[in-house]
Design a protein around this ligand. Structure first.
Ligand SMILES: Cc1cc2nc3c(=O)[nH]c(=O)nc-3n(C[C@H](O)[C@H](O)[C@H](O)COP(=O)(O)OP(=O)(O)OC[C@H]3O[C@@H](n4cnc5c(N)ncnc54)[C@H](O)[C@@H]3O)c2cc1C
Length: 387
């Protein structure tokens, strides 16, 4: 594998790579063909404790930082897998950890750490409001001992492979709050208890193998004790979790990027055209070298953001910048790998086209590149607000 002297956590990388070796290219290719969830891989990862990396030891997790957790996800993608199938099991619980009551923490976190409960679905995005999250329309109305949920979400991923879902809904109408970020609340929805008429799940087919859905709530009853933190402060709680998510997904992009560079480098060295390896031509070499340089610089920003997060320092700008740089670098590397492979880049058996489809997502989700640029322009450079 392409590696550098500066790479951190070599033992962690080796251990994750060992697990991934049992789930090679053919495994991921077959799942992609059948649009199947990587159940065996997720089970193995859970049993090895990797998905409980961010849960403190007192709740049965391994108590690692975001830097180490990011290396676990990076390594999965670097080995040719797709951590997007399960990455949210690592970080969605952070909302309970940071804002939940003691009772919620002791009830849910040990079970999540042990893999007995999956909390890897979160419903934030809605079809009508998209990136304009504070305008979301799903309502949660208090009715005695429970909230009644009505509305719809879109792109709710992994919901069919999750026991619980974190849900952001409006508890006070937009017209009645002073700031649009107020009046939103976070709930833990127990999907196992929801009846089919109260919760309807419609799968969405996408260009890659990713279990994602449109979800309709028709008077779904959620017990009052499943409200996380204070009513009306949910938007802040969701934002708090986003920095970790950005860094972890940046790491997955870096993993993808190294995978593409590795494959491009290997193929360029082997493929002989006009009597010499194509990699002898600088027209082939330079884009691969440039993609590698982009990855290495994105990697630096990933660690800067992760280290700030792990020291409890503000890291909104760095987390966003690491996500943008890493998503751009993986996409650059994906294009280079495809081009280097010529026609074979399009052949399913080479896996380049599969990873190419998978890594493209990160220009758009969990936050689109434009929204990151806007964040940096306004919050870091103090340019006027555009929305
Ligand atoms: C496969 C997949 C899985 C997902 N999983 C989840 C999940 O599990 N849970 C969840 O809640 N969400 C999930 N999402 C949703 C994802 O977070 C959103 O797709 C993303 O945030 C963009 O929102 P949107 O699709 O509504 O785009 P829109 O908000 O409609 O934007 C469309 C385009 O316009 C651009 N744009 C919008 N406003 C501006 C502006 N002011 N200036 C410049 N450009 C602008 C955007 O950048 C984007 O490129 C997932 C999405 C996908 C595709």
């Amino acid at each position: 594998m392409i590696s550098s002297e500066t790479e951190r956590y070599p033992e962690l990388r080796e251990a994750v790579t060992g697990l991934c070796a049992e789930f090679g290219d053919e495994y991921w290719r077959r799942l992609d063909d059948d649009r199947e969830y990587p159940e065996a891989f997720v089970k193995a990862l859970t049993e090895a404790g990797w998905l409980a990396a961010l849960i403190p030891e007192e709740y049965g997790g391994t108590g690692l930082g975001v830097a180490e957790a990011s290396v676990i996800l990076e390594q999965i993608n670097r080995c040719g897998g797709n951590a997007g199938a399960c990455h949210a099991q690592m970080y969605t619980m952070g909302t309970i950890l940071r804002h939940g009551s003691n009772q919620q923490k002791t009830k849910f976190l040990p079970a999540i750490a042990a893999g007995e409960l999956r909390l890897q679905a979160f419903g934030v995005t809605e079809p009508n409001t998209g990136s304009d999250t504070t305008k979301l329309r799903t309502r949660a109305d208090l009715r005695g001992d429970h909230y009644e949920i009505n509305g719809e979400k879109v792109w709710t991923s992994r919901v069919q492979h999750s026991d619980l879902m974190l849900l952001l809904a409006r508890t006070t109408p937009l017209e009645e709050v002073q700031r649009k970020s107020e009046g939103l609340s976070v709930f833990l929805v127990d999907l196992r208890q929801a009846s089919a008429d109260q919760l309807q799940i419609n799968p969405i087919q996408t260009m890659m193998n990713h279990e994602t859905n449109q979800v309709f709530f028709n008077g779904l009853e959620v017990p009052k004790e499943n409200l996380i933190g204070e009513e009306g402060r949910g938007f802040r709680y969701i934002l708090d979790g986003m920095n970790a998510e950005r860094v972890l997904i940046a790491a997955e992009c870096i993993g993808d990027g190294y995978w593409f560079v590795q494959r491009a480098r290997d193929y360029a060295g082997e493929r002989v055209v006009f009597g010499r390896p194509i990699g002898q031509n600088q027209g082939i070499q330079f884009p691969i070298a440039r993609a590698y340089i982009s990855l290495r610089s994105a990697d630096l920003m990933r660690y800067q953001a992760a280290d700030l997060f792990d020291r409890g320092k503000p890291c909104g700008a760095e987390a966003n910048m690491s996500k943008l740089l890493a998503a751009d670098a993986s996409w650059e590397a994906a294009n280079v790998a495809l081009q280097t492979h010529g026609g074979f880049g399009f052949a399913r058996d080479y896996d380049v086209e599969r990873k190419f489809r998978e890594t493209r997502l990160y220009q758009v989700a969990p936050i689109s590149t434009n929204l990151i640029l806007s964040y940096v322009a306004e919050h870091v450079l103090q340019l006027p607000r555009s929305y």
